[in-house]
Design a protein around this ligand. Structure first.
Ligand SMILES: *Cc1c(COP(=O)(O)O)cnc(C)c1O
Length: 431
């Protein structure tokens, strides 16, 4: 299959080119030339297949001919080596736990698959630059950790990530280097972008990005929508899936899954006070603005880049988008109350992102007066990643998983740099 840019639907590149480039030369995001479909019989037999087998059947439809089948199988077995269990709260509500990977957020699916694909496709020594404000950096590091011929540089803003997130970024060692930038997340992004267009630098060393808009991060996010459907007990009921949304990558992958034939009747996009997409669904106006900080901080995005992909796949038809997606936005106060409510009603400790999703489903069901339904909320992160918020809301200690606890005991290793490009460049030349 070939891939086009959201800025030019007539120019195509191979999967390899789309992955290594990350972003198209014209600044657009890569899209598959068409969305492949499964026969209905595939869905009837889903229960007979493992998560990895389903992932393979999906991936091969996009990648056939570019990566050999056996290689793709082993890439999937290495990348998707943890489950995505569907947890039932009651007859209406389930949660799809996407935090069983090494860094405890759903970003592990995309980042690990992308890392395996890039390591496989690239023959030369490669330097990966990632600007991160939290979950992405550690997931990418986990994916590339120990890979031969690949060095990863994580740039994060000094003092602007949580203590847990900093530990997850700075305790890898080996081929992963954390660069603590005296500046903001925007400074980190600017440094990375400047390096990519610096001919003097790129003529001496090979660089690649691992940013959130890579098509190799999007495809593996399709896998778990199928895995969720597989686990539903009563498939005759209407099925809705709620996606806590920021940059809209996760939602885009869900829409792909639906277009591939997965029987999902409705998507719900849940947002916090960064409600740009909610406003779009309700008014048809897309008005990006600066992000504001909230308790569900991985959704603090003011200009969601995957919006371009959603427009492209729906051929710019607002009515069709509105028909498939409902959206609602919630405040921090409502989020805290929802964490408390889920704990008291269902004895389940939900994280702030999942809590926003829970609220959106509740709203939708009561607004539309729906009772018989399978509603699935994607639980995008483990509550222990947001310890203070969650413990405050439920008034109880949250158990910390061993893989998170482990990095608390490791020493932080980072290199401090200013936000000056020349200093950053010199560092990259010397290392
Ligand atoms: C990244 C992230 C989101 C938002 O996902 P998008 O694909 O950017 O919409 C939601 N929750 C958590 C925990 C995340 O890390």
């Amino acid at each position: 299959m070939k891939f086009y840019s959201t800025n030019n639907e007539n120019k195509f590149v191979t999967f390899k080119e789309a992955v290594i480039k990350g972003l198209a030369d014209d600044g657009g995001l890569f899209m598959p030339e068409f969305i492949p479909r499964f026969e209905p019989s595939f869905f009837k037999n889903l229960e007979n297949y493992s998560f990895q087998e389903i992932a393979f059947d999906i991936a091969i439809k996009f990648i056939e001919g570019e990566i050999n089948k056996e290689e793709l199988r082993s890439i999937i077995n290495r990348a998707i080596n943890f489950p995505a269990p569907l947890i039932k709260l009651n007859d209406q509500f389930s949660l799809l736990e996407l935090f069983h990977g090494p860094t405890l957020a759903f970003k592990d699916f995309g980042a690990r698959f992308m890392a395996e694909i890039i390591s496989h496709l690239s023959q030369e020594k490669l330097n990966i630059l990632v600007a991160t404000s939290g979950d992405t950096g550690s997931a990418v590091a986990g994916g590339f950790f120990g890979k031969e011929n690949i060095n990863v540089f994580l740039l994060y803003p000094c003092g602007k990530v949580s203590e847990i997130q900093e530990k997850q970024l700075t305790t890898w060692g080996g081929n992963i280097t954390a660069l603590e930038i005296k500046g903001t997340f925007d400074d980190c992004q600017r440094l990375v972008k400047s390096a990519f267009v610096d001919k003097d630098l790129t003529s001496r060393k090979k660089f690649s990005s691992a940013n959130s808009i890579s098509i190799a991060r999007l495809l593996p996010q399709i896998f778990y929508y199928f895995e969720a459907y597989k686990q539903l007990k009563d498939k005759r009921k209407e099925t809705i899936v709620c996606v806590p949304s920021g940059n809209l990558g996760n939602l885009t992958a869900g829409l792909f899954a639906k277009m591939m034939g997965l029987p999902i009747d409705k998507f719900i996009s849940a947002t916090n006070k960064n409600d740009i997409f909610t406003k779009y669904i309700n008014t048809s106006l897309f008005e990006p603005r600066d992000s504001v900080q909230t308790l569900s901080n991985a959704m603090d995005v003011g200009n969601p880049s995957n919006f371009a992909r959603i427009l492209s796949v729906y051929k710019n038809t607002y009515n069709k988008i509105k028909n498939d997606i409902y959206s609602a936005s919630f405040s921090d106060e409502e989020t805290l109350n929802a964490i408390k409510e889920v704990y008291e009603k269902y004895n389940y400790i939900i994280d702030p992102h999942g809590a926003v999703g829970y609220l959106a489903v509740k709203n939708y069901l009561s607004e539309k007066n729906i009772e018989e339904v399978n509603s699935i909320v994607l639980e995008t992160a483990h509550p222990a990643k947001f310890l203070d918020t969650v413990e405050n809301a439920i008034n109880k200690k949250v158990e910390i998983p061993a893989r998170l606890e482990e990095c608390f005991h490791k020493e932080k290793q980072s290199i401090s740099l200013s936000n000056n490009y020349d200093e950053f460049k010199k560092y990259l030349m010397d290392n």
